[in-house]
Design a protein around this ligand. Structure first.
Ligand code: GLU
Length: 448
């Protein structure tokens, strides 16, 4: 699908690492703006750093985008009308444009390198859609440490273009209407504006996205641990949750709506509503968003996501029917912030083994055992194996024997789940079934 030409935006990663959170955020905002407008989202690979760029990183970045559900309309893998989309395949074009600047006297040679002459005493205004108007003086666009004007290298002696130069040629050639990228590029923009001017090309719009900070209020970086989107996948975060969470970094859907999917975000997204205030990457918020998306999954998808994680825990979900596993996960009712936690917290539905490992007999005093034995016999003999009926039976039994309900419910929960916290224990019992409950209770000597 290729959209209208009024909105053409691009994500331009350098394939020198995996798709990290900052890159994913930039890609997402570009994608949202393209989709909101029915425009085009272009993937351009900026691989002029030949030593650090690899085909493998290019693939992982694409995989990361796909994982997040961000599809592109033009790119190195699918082509398009304005390609090639890999800078290493555009070298002739950069040389040709550099020759133009040389011919016009806007650039000069220094050895094999081409240097762009920074015009002096020029007042410019960067109209940023997010940061507002920024006044710039050309002399300050590129400076030496002592404050003197520093002309900029556009072609290096090895024949490779520099970032600030190639980005201008490409954004122009690819008809990019709006450059959306991280705020760390604001300082590069004046240099790029001077190049547009030298070529006599129309400027695109610029929209710089707010900085993302870690919980310590320092710029998000490798120091903050997980960096690649796949690290978050491994930790049990859903792609839809990462999408939702990243969209909230610098933008809101309005009306207090915090949990949303692609449709709503695409409909409501506005670049002008993005704030310039630095956004904090808040793990608690991410957990909340992820939990809500987990809850919102349909039962079959949730089971498909959790099944492999149960297997990783050494459990065998294939021993059960799909419906049973889906009911078990529904019964978990939002417990577990990540898919990993959900798989772990619900392990006792799949198998008794993990329960045995956790069960702590010392939690049940000897004094309580005789009552527990009588209660367990009554329970497994319940005429109807239905949670509300069992609970009623339990209440009646406790009343007549003068035992507080929790004195039997707690050991029962321990025996069935090996956990102190679980969904309603009678609901758990109902789903496990009478035979399984009898077997578990028998294992601990509560029933014959
Ligand atoms: N390759 C540059 C980067 O990854 C692109 C910056 C831009 O979008 O202009 O930072």
């Amino acid at each position: 699908m290729s959209g209208n030409d009024d909105v053409r935006v691009r994500f331009a990663p350098s394939p020198t690492g995996a798709l990290h959170i900052g890159g994913a955020h930039t890609a997402l905002f570009n994608w949202l703006w393209a989709r909101h407008n029915g425009g085009s989202f272009i993937l351009r690979v900026e691989d002029t750093d030949r030593e650090r760029s690899t085909a493998e990183y290019e693939r992982t970045i694409m995989d990361g985008l796909r994982w997040m559900g961000l599809d592109w309309d033009e790119g190195p893998d699918i082509g398009g009308a304005w390609g090639p989309y890999r800078q290493s395949e555009r070298l002739e074009r950069y040389s040709a444009c550099a020759r133009d600047l040389l011919d016009q006297g806007r650039a000069y040679r220094e050895g094999d390198a081409v240097i762009f002459r920074i015009p002096r005493d020029r007042e410019m205004v960067l109209h940023d859609m997010i940061y507002g108007d920024i006044n710039i003086q050309s002399d300050r666009a590129s400076m030496n440490p002592d404050g003197s004007v520093k002309d900029i290298v556009i072609m290096k002696s090895d024949g490779m273009p520099t970032y600030n130069y190639a980005v201008v040629v490409d954004d122009h050639d690819m008809n990019i209407t709006c450059v959306i990228r991280g705020e760390d590029h604001i300082s590069n923009t004046p240099k790029q504006m001077l190049l547009y001017d030298a070529f006599g090309w129309k400027l695109p719009q610029f929209a710089h996205l707010p900085m993302i900070l870690g919980a310590d209020k320092k710029k998000l970086s490798k120091r903050h641990g997980a960096t690649s989107v796949f690290d978050y996948s491994d930790m049990g975060y859903l792609p839809d949750a990462i999408f939702n969470f990243l969209a909230l970094l610098g933008w809101t859907a309005g009306n207090g709506v915090e949990i949303f999917g692609r449709r709503l975000a695409t409909e409501r997204f506005e670049l002008t509503k993005v704030t310039k205030k630095a956004a904090v990457f808040d793990m608690d918020k991410l957990n909340f968003v992820n939990q809500e998306h987990l809850k919102g999954l349909d039962p079959a998808s949730r089971r498909e996501i959790i099944e492999p994680l149960w297997r990783e825990l050494g459990l065998c979900p294939e021993r059960h029917g799909k419906k049973y596993l889906e009911d078990a996960l529904s019964l978990m009712g939002g417990r577990g912030r990540t898919t990993k936690e959900l798989a772990e917290f619900s392990d006792y539905f799949v198998d008794f083994e993990p329960v045995k490992h956790r069960y702590d007999a010392s939690e049940i005093t000897d004094a309580r055992r005789p009552a527990m034995r009588k209660f367990a016999e009554t329970l497994v003999g319940s005429p109807e194996w239905e949670a509300s009926k069992m609970e009623e039976l339990a209440r009646r039994w406790c009343e007549s024997s003068g035992t507080p309900l929790k004195e039997v419910a707690m050991p029962l929960r321990w025996a069935l789940t090996g956990r102190k916290v679980s969904p309603g224990v009678f609901e758990v019992a109902e789903l496990l079934g009478r035979d399984e409950c009898r077997a578990r209770l028998a294992h601990y000597g509560f029933v014959e």
